[in-house]
Design a protein around this ligand. Structure first.
Ligand SMILES: O=C(O)CCC(=O)C(=O)O
Length: 317
């Protein structure tokens, strides 16, 4: 693809998206995945599932015998996933939130088949927020922004019976609900203990601001790590497919990947290598230096003609 064909958000769209994210903890991007990229991603998953279904013990009932197909750490599996890894509108939002020192923290796809025989559809994931479980929280129980998670709908989620993500608008600004208690003596400030007593937990308000994420295949949304969300039951007789790419500050290690990256990176471009955790000296994982900031520089707002960050001398006064 020629760089000028790349989808891109303008500053106004970025501002609107950030304002929505701040207010609700979730924003739907004002663009959708290009149709031909969506086709390639769906084709990849279809081919993958067809292949693994051949090994199902109960092939005739494979989709009802097994309700979720999923893969983690997908970015290297196919060039189409690498395009999602460096999807410009998402990385523009990351640059706005984190500055240039961010990298990939999770990459996955999931396909859910409804269990048509089940009397009651299970809710795949109950109410939770992703960030507080293992990350330090503030004195007042809120969880800061540690990572942004981009969801790409790979199938329509437009009907009530399409299981989708349900979330509570603004809940990222409340004390976290389901934080995990660390073992050993508790440090009140850094511990991840829940800030709600059992009585308060029984009275938590799960209704005000509740919203279901609906959209056609190709819809892209971004969520704050502290947002309360869950997966709704899926009754529709068609699969639900979604991919998540999550990014965090480079000083945070990724969820399920080694960092520094242990594999051969010679086939990857400089942006991909950076996002995947190219080995580097300690300081270059934290504040970094100008040659680090340039790696994600073209996703920033002040970009020079070479795609790097403008230095202060070059900035118009
Ligand atoms: O089903 C989904 O798309 C959301 C899953 C979820 O809540 C999670 O992975 O944290």
């Amino acid at each position: 693809m020629h760089p000028s064909d790349e989808l891109s958000l303008n500053n106004e769209q970025r501002d609107e998206c950030l304002a929505q994210l701040d207010q609700d903890g979730l924003a739907v991007l004002p663009i959708t995945l290009p149709a031909e990229l969506l086709d390639r991603l769906v084709h990849y998953i279809d081919t993958y599932i067809d292949r693994v279904r051949n090994y199902e013990p109960d092939l005739a009932n494979a989709s009802t015998a097994r309700h979720i197909y999923m893969r983690d750490s997908i970015a290297e599996d196919d060039p189409a996933w690498r395009e999602l890894l460096t999807f410009k509108p998402s990385l523009q939002i990351c640059h706005d939130a984190f500055g240039p020192m961010f990298h990939l923290s999770q990459d996955m796809w999931r396909v859910y088949y409804a269990d048509l025989k089940a009397r009651k559809q299970p809710i795949t994931e109950g109410w939770h927020s992703d960030g507080p479980r293992v990350l330090p929280i503030l004195e007042d129980g809120r969880c800061p922004l540690y990572f942004l998670r981009f969801g790409y709908l790979l199938a329509d989620s437009t009907e009530d019976d399409d299981g989708t993500v349900e979330y509570i608008r603004g809940s990222h600004k409340r004390p976290c609900y389901d934080a995990r208690t660390p073992p050993g003596p508790r440090n009140k400030r850094l511990s991840n203990d829940s800030f709600y007593t059992p009585e308060q937990q029984a009275q938590l308000d799960w209704d005000t601001g509740r919203a279901a994420l609906r959209g056609k295949a190709g819809t892209i949304f971004v969520l704050h790590n502290a947002l309360w969300h869950r997966t709704l039951a899926h009754h529709a007789n068609r699969p639900r497919a979604i991919s998540y790419f999550q990014y965090s500050l480079t000083m945070l290690r990724p969820l399920r990947r080694p960092s520094p990256y242990e594999g051969d990176m010679s086939h990857l471009n400089p942006e991909e290598r950076w996002l995947l955790g190219e080995p580097r000296a300690g300081m270059n994982w934290t504040e970094g230096e100008p040659h680090d900031w340039v790696r994600m520089g073209r996703f920033g707002r002040e970009v020079d003609s070479l795609g790097g960050l403008r230095t202060s001398q070059e900035r118009p006064r």
